[in-house]
Ligand binder design. Structure first.
Ligand code: ADP
Ligand code: MG
Length: 701
């Protein structure tokens, strides 16, 4: 074990208790190891020396070699600055200090050869280098022999306490002197050899003090690989151990429920994708292993129907099924849809949400326990303790993103033997991210829309074109269509957001006044009952316009709504925009998405709007979203239980390496599933170290 890496950072030369506290607080650096794994964010090439007559301000950094020929001070006493004339054989340049003057005068001498490094600037019409770094020419390169100077991120607070990039650089030098070849390998030797990786020690050394470009690239590759490899190892081990620990219910029969529904109730053909996905799921359900599957499909691709058919398979085999949705509105809608689909079939379906009254609730609880109640649809309320099933065979979770891993775990415990789990998400997730976020789940994709859908037309208007926009809404309403208008709601600016929404509601109500029009409004501050009344008006077609915060974001199905207006579109993320757009285009009519924005657009906002007006492809949008925002910001990653503050790898950029690391990890496990072979002990140790103090997700879907 690398025990030295566990040492408290305060014992490192140059740190001490006060700096240690700062490093703890600002950079999460507690041990020698934390510092060693605090990687640079960039490097400055210090192999290049300039001659003074070559220096101009287009260069961001310069390094020159020469001697100080004189010191002088300038300016009034309170704004005194120190100027040193620094010369080489081509000319003279000024080094300037505004602070720490006496220290500089005491420490630097004339007639000594120095290497000066800094950012050139014009000061008083003369070329100068303010606050340069200075080293004696013979001292440079003696401790670390690196052509590239590593740059480290620091914080305001650190800088105020004299800890800058250079300080960290020096601390790392001290650290490496301290460690002195005591870094042990964390990957099996055979792997390092076979994959042609640098050893850990070489990699760590070169990431901080690259000897050359090639070694820097190799160091970064080795460290990225290692990081991703252990993540994948963890996920795959978890998946394997779960498979061993739990058997799955075997749903071998296709019985009357599914057959009757399919023959008598379904008045359209399944899409090819739906057929394929149902085949994949049926294979899982008959395999004897517990299913843990993620179903991805764009909004409107027909996931609900797939879910229903899965539930019917459970019923055919004598089990109960449940479907959990993130909001009451959605749960209610699923309930209605499913009840309508099942009308005339003798199946007991109930809805359980927070607002179901106690009397009704008791009946539901009893029905679940006796087994009489076959399908339960609901919200988080399903997770509460009194909810006990007689024989729960399958759990379907809609819109995964809203649920944390821990909540999924609680559903598992509803049965002695865990039920099959199907997680549905309408947010397409880029493959590489899915491999990490949901790497323990098998993935099915609904990549085909039911026939007859016209792609939504998306346009962008600046706020100044509000009048023509309203005119367009009027026309659509005249044709019998309904309109969504959505406002952003962000915690930090909640107050102003509500103000915007209220102002918007007022001006829309003025433009579309009663009695000819009904405009309703739904937002998070309303009571559930009020919200439900407003939603009813809209769902049942009485209201022409629904103004809302993002509550309509997930799943609400209103085929007659053909226009989605998104206010302040620049404030929404790409996936969110795409989700919102998915609320329209569900019926046979041409639908529209109108993105309203101010003229002030950041580059990223422009890109988001461009992509939205260019494509309807959810996967393409998800990939772009990942590129623009990085994985840490993708909704859901926070609750995933997987560390997304990767130290060096990047889930958006290192897609190929993720796949590679996964392949290698899976090959090792195939050969040695419990990691028992002597040569794999080092992997096991690393996994144990990494899981120390973390919750155990191993029994969670
Ligand atoms: P999702 O949940 O993926 O957003 P839904 O399951 O709500 O999609 O389906 C959207 C609409 O399409 C529903 O009205 C549903 O009845 C209908 N639908 C689903 N599958 C088909 C199909 N194969 N052919 C025609 N319509 C379908
Ligand atoms: Mg849906």
């Amino acid at each position: 074990m690398n025990e030295i890496l566990e040492q408290d950072i305060k014992y490192l030369k140059g740190v001490g208790p006060k700096r240690a506290e700062l490093l703890n607080k600002e950079l999460n650096i507690f041990t020698f190891g934390d510092l060693l794994y605090y990687f640079p964010y960039k490097y400055i090439d210090r192999s290049k020396f300039y001659k003074i007559n070559e220096v101009d301000t287009t260069l961001t950094f310069i390094q020159i070699r020469g001697k100080i020929i004189s010191f002088r001070t300038e300016g009034p006493p309170k704004k005194k600055r120190l100027i040193a004339e620094f010369a080489d054989d081509t000319g003279v340049i000024e080094l300037v200090w505004f602070q720490g003057i006496s220290w500089v005068v005491k420490n630097y001498k004339t007639d000594t050869e120095y290497i000066v490094f800094g950012r050139p600037a014009i000061y008083n019409r003369r070329m100068s280098v303010p606050h340069p770094e200075i080293e004696t020419a013979d001292k440079q390169d003696s401790v670390v022999n690196s052509k590239f100077q590593a740059q480290y991120n620091t914080t305001e607070n650190l800088k105020n306490n004299y800890v800058n990039s250079k300080t960290i650089y020096k601390l790392i030098i001290n650290l490496l002197i301290n460690i002195n070849h005591k870094i042990e390998e964390t990957l099996p030797g055979y792997l390092v050899k076979k994959l042609n990786l640098l050893t850990l020690e070489e990699a760590l050394y070169n990431i901080h003090f690259p000897q050359n470009n090639d070694l820097l690239r190799k160091a970064s590759y080795r460290l990225k690989f290692e990081e991703l490899f252990f993540i994948q190892m963890n996920i795959l081990k978890l998946k394997n151990s779960r498979k061993k620990a739990f058997k799955g219910f075997i749903f071998s029969k296709v019985g009357d429920y599914l057959n009757d529904f399919y023959r008598e109730k379904l008045d359209f053909e399944l899409t090819g994708a739906q057929k394929r996905v149902i085949r994949e799921i049926r294979k899982d359900l008959g395999s004897g292993e517990q299913m843990n599957r993620l179903l991805q499909g764009d909004v409107g691709s027909g996931k609900t129907l797939v879910a229903l058919m899965c539930m019917l398979i459970a019923l055919d085999n004598g089990y109960q099924a449940c479907l959990m949705a993130p909001t009451e509105i959605l749960a209610g809608q699923h309930f209605e849809t499913i009840r309508t689909f099942l009308k005339g079939l003798d199946i007991n379906v109930q809805l359980l949400t927070g607002s179901i009254k106690k009397g009704k609730r008791d009946i539901i609880h009893a029905g679940l326990q006796s087994g009489e109640l076959q399908i339960l649809i609901g919200t988080h309320a399903l997770l509460e303790d009194p909810v006990k099933f007689n024989n729960l065979g399958i759990v379907i979770i809609d819109e995964q993103h809203r649920f944390g891993v821990a909540q999924r775990a609680r559903l598992w415990k509803k049965n002695e033997q865990p039920p099959h789990v199907l997680v549905m998400t309408a947010t397409p997730i880029p493959r590489t991210l899915a491999m990490t976020l949901y790497g323990d789940l098998d993935v099915s994709v609904l990549d085909e829309m039911p026939p007859g859908r016209k792609p939504v037309k998306t346009v962008h208007y600046f706020d100044t074109k509000r009048l023509p926009m309203l005119g367009f809404l009027g026309k659509q309403i005249k044709e019998g269509r309904q309109v969504f208008i959505v406002y952003p709601l962000i915690k930090e600016s909640e107050k102003m957001d509500y103000k915007d929404l209220e102002d918007g509601y007022e001006s829309i109500s003025r433009a579309f006044p009663p009695p000819g029009y009904l405009v309703v409004c739904v937002h998070g501050k309303m009571k559930t009952a009020e919200k439900n009344i407003a939603m009813r008006h809209f769902i049942e077609g009485r209201a022409h316009i629904l103004i809302a915060t993002t509550v309509v974001e997930v799943g609400v199905d209103i085929p007659n709504a053909s226009v989605m207006v998104i206010e302040s579109a620049e404030r929404f993320g790409l996936s969110q925009l795409h989700q919102l757009r998915g609320r329209v285009g569900r019926g046979a009519d041409q639908s529209y998405c109108i993105l309203m924005s101010s003229h002030k657009l950041t580059n990223d906002a422009k890109k988001r709007i461009d992509i939205m007006t260019r494509t309807n492809d959810g996967f393409e949008i998800a990939e772009m979203d990942l590129k623009l925002r990085g994985p840490g910001d993708i909704e859901g990653t926070q609750q995933s239980g997987i560390p997304f503050d990767l130290k060096i790898a990047n889930l958006a950029r290192d897609g190929q390496l993720i796949q590679y690391a996964r392949d290698i990890a899976s090959r090792i496990l195939e050969d040695d599933h419990a990691l028992e072979k002597p040569e794999n002990q080092v992997i096991l140790q690393e996994l144990k170290k990494a899981s120390k103090g973390k919750p155990d997700w191993s029994v969670i879907s």
